[in-house]
Design a binder for this molecule. Structure first.
Ligand SMILES: CC(C)(COP(=O)(O)OP(=O)(O)OC[C@H]1O[C@@H](n2cnc3c(N)ncnc32)[C@H](O)[C@@H]1OP(=O)(O)O)[C@@H](O)C(=O)NCCC(=O)NCCS
Length: 302
C-alpha cells in the first residue's frame, strides 16, 4: 500500500525542498531557495496567500499556492500554482491540493483564478474547470554566446539597477507593466508592496540588472534574478515614449554579458504569445523556445 500523503501549510524552512521539486518539474522556472522562502513568508494580508506542501515519509513532493491578485483594480482576480514531483503523480495529490486551494479562493472572495499549465498538466486542469487559449512561451539563451552589443544612443546612460533611486525604477516598471499582455490589467501596483516584494526581495540581482536612463527618467530597464548558474528575466520594460529605439535590446545585451561574466550559463525568460515586441527582442538575442504553457482561467463562483 502507498505511504500516506500529508498536506500542510508551507513554512520558510520548506524553501529548499520546494525549490528542488520545482526544478524537477520545470527546469526553466528559475527561483532560488531564498526567493522561495520570501514567497512563503512575505505577503500582503490582502493577498490572502495560501501555500501548501505535500509530504510522503517526510519528503516534500508537491506544492500548491493560491492568492488574490492585488496588482489589478479588477476585483476577485487570483492565481493558482500546483506542481507535483513526476515520481509522485497519479496518487491524488494534485487533486487534493486543487480542492483545498479552490475552496480557499472562494472563501476569500475570488471570482476567477488563473494558472499557467505545462502540457503534462493540461488534462488535469481542463478536468477541473480550467479553460482558455492563452500561450506562454519559455525560452533560453547561453549568455556567453550573444550578438554584438548595439551602440548606446546619445542622451542615454546605462546604469546598474543598484545605482537607481527605487522610486524612479518603480515609475518605469508600473508604466511599462500596463502594456504587458495579461488577463487583468496590472494597473494597481502599490509602491510599498513593490518595494517589499520586488525591490527589496531576495530574487532581484540589482548588480546584474540594467537600466537605460534619459535625464531624470528610467526609459528602459531589465531586471535579472539568479539561482547559482542560472538567470531569469524578472521584467523588461520601456516606457512608451522610448519604445522602438532598440533600448530593450541594448539593456538586455548588457545584462546578459554581466550574467556571463558572473558565471551564468543559462538565462531563461517567459513571453506571452501576443507580446510581439518582446519576442522580437529575445529572438534577436538568441533565445530559443524550450516549452509552451497554457494560461488557463477557472471561474470560482456562479
Ligand atoms: C517589450 C518592450 C520592453 C520592448 O521595448 P523596446 O525598447 O521598444 O524594444 P526595442 O526597440 O529594443 O526592440 C523592439 C523590437 O520589437 C519589434 N516590434 C515592435 N512591435 C512589434 C509587433 N507588434 N510585433 C512584432 N515585433 C514588433 C521591433 O521591430 C523591434 O525589433 P527589430 O529591431 O528586430 O525590428 C516594450 O514594448 C514594453 O515595455 N512593453 C510592455 C512591457 C512588456 O510587455 N514587457 C515584457 C514582459 S515579458
Amino acid at each position: 500500500m502507498a505511504n500516506p500523503v500529508r498536506i500542510r501549510p508551507a513554512v520558510g524552512d520548506d524553501a529548499d525542498g520546494v525549490t528542488a521539486v520545482r526544478r524537477a518539474v520545470y527546469e526553466y522556472k528559475v527561483m532560488s531557495p531564498a526567493a522561495t522562502r520570501h514567497l512563503i513568508t512575505v505577503s500582503a494580508p490582502a493577498e490572502r496567500f495560501l501555500a501548501l506542501v505535500a509530504e510522503i515519509d517526510g519528503e516534500l513532493v508537491a506544492w500548491g499556492s493560491a492568492a488574490l491578485n492585488i496588482w489589478t483594480s479588477e476585483p476577485g482576480q487570483s492565481h493558482t500554482s500546483i506542481f507535483v514531483h513526476p515520481k509522485h503523480r497519479n496518487n491524488g495529490i494534485g487533486s487534493a491540493l486543487a480542492e483545498r486551494l479552490h475552496q480557499h479562493l472562494g472563501e476569500v472572495g475570488a471570482v476567477r483564478t488563473r494558472a499557467f499549465v505545462h502540457p503534462d498538466g493540461l488534462e488535469f486542469a481542463r478536468n477541473r474547470g480550467y479553460d482558455g487559449t492563452r500561450q506562454m512561451h519559455y525560452s533560453r539563451v547561453d549568455p556567453r554566446v550573444l550578438p554584438e552589443q548595439p551602440p548606446t544612443p546619445d542622451g542615454i546612460e546605462l546604469v546598474s539597477m543598484d545605482q537607481l533611486d527605487p522610486r524612479r525604477a518603480y515609475v518605469a516598471d508600473s508604466v511599462a507593466t500596463l502594456d504587458e499582455p495579461s488577463d487583468s490589467p496590472l494597473d494597481s501596483i502599490d509602491y510599498d508592496r513593490w518595494l517589499e516584494e520586488i525591490w527589496n526581495g531576495p530574487a532581484l540581482d540589482k548588480a546584474l540588472s540594467v537600466a537605460a536612463v534619459a535625464g531624470d527618467e528610467v526609459a528602459c530597464f531589465t531586471a535579472v534574478e539568479t539561482d547559482s548558474d542560472r538567470a531569469w528575466s524578472g521584467m523588461t520594460g520601456t516606457i512608451p515614449p522610448y519604445r522602438g529605439r532598440g533600448l530593450a535590446k541594448l539593456v538586455k545585451s548588457v545584462a546578459l554579458r554581466r550574467c556571463a561574466a558572473a558565471g551564468i550559463t543559462a538565462a531563461y525568460t517567459s513571453n506571452d504569445d501576443e507580446n510581439g515586441p518582446m519576442l522580437a527582442v529575445n529572438n534577436w538575442l538568441g533565445y530559443r523556445r524550450i516549452q509552451t504553457e497554457m494560461g488557463l482561467l477557472r471561474p470560482l463562483v456562479g
